[in-house]
Write a protein that binds this ligand. Structure first.
Ligand code: SF4
Length: 220
C-alpha cells in the first residue's frame, strides 16, 4: 500500500478531549490498516498529571490480548529497569507510538513487526493528544519508532542515546533503548550493556524531574 493510502487518526479524535474520551475514541480508529488484524487498541495508561511519560513502539502479543501497555515480557523488563532507576511505575504515564499490534504469524505464533513510517505518522495524533492532556515534564522515547514519532525525524538510536532532545512540540525528550532490545540481544554482555543504558536514562529522567521541580531544566 502506498503511503498516500494511509489516512490519519485525526478524524477519529473526539471533540471533547480528555484521557478517557481519547481512549474510548481510539477503540474505533481506522486511521491506518493496523486495526484490522489486531485484537484491540492499546491506549496509554497512568496518572493524568504524570511528570514523566514513557513512549514505546507498539503493543506486543500479550498487550494486544490484555489491552494494557507493557504487560508482557518487555513490560517485566521495564519494571525491573524502573526499579533500578528509582522510578515508580504507578507515577508514570506509559504509552506507545502506535496503538495497534502489527505482527506476522510464523508456526502459529504472532511476532511483532516494526510499524512503517506511514503507520507511525497516522497514529501520531493519539500520542500528541496524550502529551497535550498529561503535559509531562519529561518524555522518554524507548526505541527508534518512539523517537521517530516524537521528533518527526528519523534518528539513529546509537547517535542520540541518552541525549536530551526536544519533541516536535518542544518538550524535553530523552531517547533510550526499548526494553525488548535486551530480549532480542543474543549475547549476554550486550543484554547487560543495553539494560544498564536503559536504567541510566530512566534515572536521568528522574533526576531531570527533580531539577525541574527546583526550576532547573535538563542539561544536554
Ligand atoms: S495503529 Fe493508530 S492510526 Fe492505526 S488504526 Fe490503530 S490507532 Fe488508528
Amino acid at each position: 500500500m502506498a503511503r498516500s493510502d494511509y489516512p490519519t487518526a485525526q478524524p477519529f479524535l473526539p471533540d471533547d478531549k480528555n484521557l478517557d474520551t481519547l481512549a474510548t475514541a481510539a477503540e474505533g480508529c481506522q486511521g491506518c490498516p493496523l486495526y484490522q488484524d489486531a485484537t484491540q487498541v492499546v491506549f496509554g495508561s497512568g496518572p493524568p498529571d504524570a511528570e514523566i511519560m514513557l513512549v514505546g513502539e507498539q503493543p506486543g502479543a500479550q498487550e494486544d490480548q490484555i489491552g494494557e501497555p507493557f504487560v508482557g515480557p518487555a513490560g517485566r523488563l521495564l519494571d525491573q529497569a524502573l526499579k533500578e532507576g528509582g522510578l515508580n511505575r504507578d507515577e508514570l504515564y506509559i504509552t506507545n507510538a502506535v496503538k495497534h499490534f502489527k505482527f506476522e504469524v510464523s508456526d502459529g505464533r504472532r511476532s511483532g513487526i516494526k510499524p512503517s513510517v506511514g503507520e507511525i505518522k497516522a497514529c501520531h495524533p493519539w500520542l500528541e493528544s496524550e502529551i497535550e492532556q498529561v503535559q509531562p515534564e519529561i518524555v522518554v522515547a524507548m526505541g527508534a519508532v518512539a523517537a521517530r514519532s516524537l521528533t518527526g525525524k528519523p534518528l539513529a538510536i546509537g547517535e542520540v542515546l541518552g541525549s536530551w532532545l526536544q519533541t516536535s512540540e518542544g518538550r524535553s525528550l530523552i531517547v533510550t533503548y526499548h526494553p525488548s532490545a535486551v530480549l532480542r540481544s543474543p549475547a549476554e554482555v550486550d543484554q547487560d550493556r543495553i539494560f544498564e543504558a536503559l536504567v541510566r536514562d530512566l534515572d536521568r529522567a528522574r533526576e531531570a524531574v527533580l531539577s525541574a521541580r527546583g526550576g532547573r531544566r535538563p542539561q544536554a
